[in-house]
Structure formats: structure tokens, C-alpha cells
Ligand binder design. Structure first.
Ligand code: URA
Length: 196
């Protein structure tokens, strides 16, 4: 790589980092929808600016709302364990959810809440430029692909980068799903490695 190309690349990466962190700040002070009123902390998501694998869940739960970090509760432990089994380092992937604030009593996010939050997810994906986006569960699959039915769709790739899989909370409720979830994570890892 020529040195002017390398400095252009560095500048691009710095711009991405700045945009991601200002986006996270915007999310932390967002009042676009009523979920803002009930939150302790918004949960923008976390991960490297140029993560190759990007995970999308549904909505923060109690532990995430208290800490401001994604997937740190029981579903997060399942995700961590399965990432480990698939040989994926959590610190190398980007993790976020469809909505960034906890719905009261952990109810499903409503359609208008999802729509208000959608631009944040779209900007995050655009900035990170991942090689594969794992849509975990129905909420993520619906908002990105406008499709329903994770059980049938899981393990399939759509529009070249979107891989549908189970939500870790579903794996927590039904341990029989774990094998398929880990195999989807392995497929995500393989796809990211092949595209290096
Ligand atoms: N479930 C989600 O979908 N996201 C989180 O951050 C935690 C649990």
C-alpha cells in the first residue's frame, strides 16, 4: 500500500470512530420515543469500529439498562458461551440491539419504537461495514429483512451479509437450539474469514 493510501485509510478509520462515538452519544440522550422516559441508561452497543461480525438482538433487558452495555445478563452469558464455542472473541465483534432502550417489563418493542430507533441501527451497520451481520431472533430479522419465522430462516444468508439465527434468550429457554445457534456462529466466523 502506498503511504498516501495508508494515511487516507487511517483518516477514514478515525472518521468512522468519531462518527460511531457521536452516534452513541446521540443515542444516550435520545428522546425520540417513549422508551426514553423509563430507561436508566440507553444501550448504544459496543465493539470495534471495523468489526467483521456484527450482532443484532432485540432490546436491552434489566442488566443492560443498569449498565448501559449490551448482552450482559443471562442471555448475554449464553451468547458469550456460544461465541466461545464458535471460537469468536467477543471483544472483536460489534453487538447491539434493534431498540436501544429497555421496554417496560421487558415487553416486545412496539412498531413505532422500532421505527424511531431504526436509523441508529442502519447508521451503525453503515459505519462499521461488517462482513456479516447476525440477525438474532424475530425482531432483528423483521426490522432488517422484513421477514418472519426464524426457525425456518436460520442459517440462511440474505442480501449477501445478513445471516439469520436464534436469539440467545430463545437458546436459554430451549437448550435444544444451542447446537444450531453455535453452528450459525461458526458459519458467520467462516464467512468473515473467507472475505478477508
Ligand atoms: N437481549 C437483547 O436483545 N439485547 C440485549 O442487549 C440484551 C438482551
Amino acid at each position: 500500500m502506498r503511504s498516501d493510501q495508508s494515511s487516507e485509510r487511517k483518516e477514514g478509520l478515525q472518521k468512522t470512530a468519531e462518527s460511531l462515538s457521536s452516534l452513541a452519544e446521540e443515542i444516550r440522550s435520545c428522546t425520540r420515543c417513549p422508551l426514553a422516559q423509563g430507561r436508566t441508561k440507553a444501550v448504544p452497543g459496543e465493539g470495534p469500529d471495523r468489526a467483521e461480525i456484527f450482532f443484532v438482538g432485540e432490546a436491552p433487558g434489566r442488566d443492560e439498562d443498569l449498565t448501559g452495555r449490551p448482552f450482559v445478563g443471562r442471555a448475554g452469558s449464553v451468547l458469550d458461551r456460544c461465541l466461545d464455542e464458535a471460537g469468536i472473541d467477543r471483544s472483536e465483534v460489534f453487538i447491539t440491539s434493534v431498540v436501544k432502550c429497555r421496554p417496560p417489563g421487558n415487553r416486545r418493542p412496539k412498531k413505532d419504537e422500532v421505527e424511531m430507533c431504526r436509523p441508529y441501527l442502519e447508521s451503525q451497520i453503515e459505519l462499521v461495514q461488517p462482513k456479516v451481520v447476525c440477525l438474532m431472533g424475530n425482531a432483528a430479522t423483521r426490522v432488517v429483512l422484513d421477514m418472519e419465522g426464524v426457525t425456518e430462516l436460520r442459517g440462511k444468508v440474505f442480501r449477501e451479509i445478513f445471516l439469520v439465527t436464534f436469539h440467545p434468550a430463545a437458546v436459554l429457554r430451549n437448550r435444544n437450539l444451542k447446537e444450531a445457534f453455535v453452528s450459525d456462529l461458526l458459519a458467520a466466523r467462516k464467512k468473515a474469514e473467507e472475505e478477508r
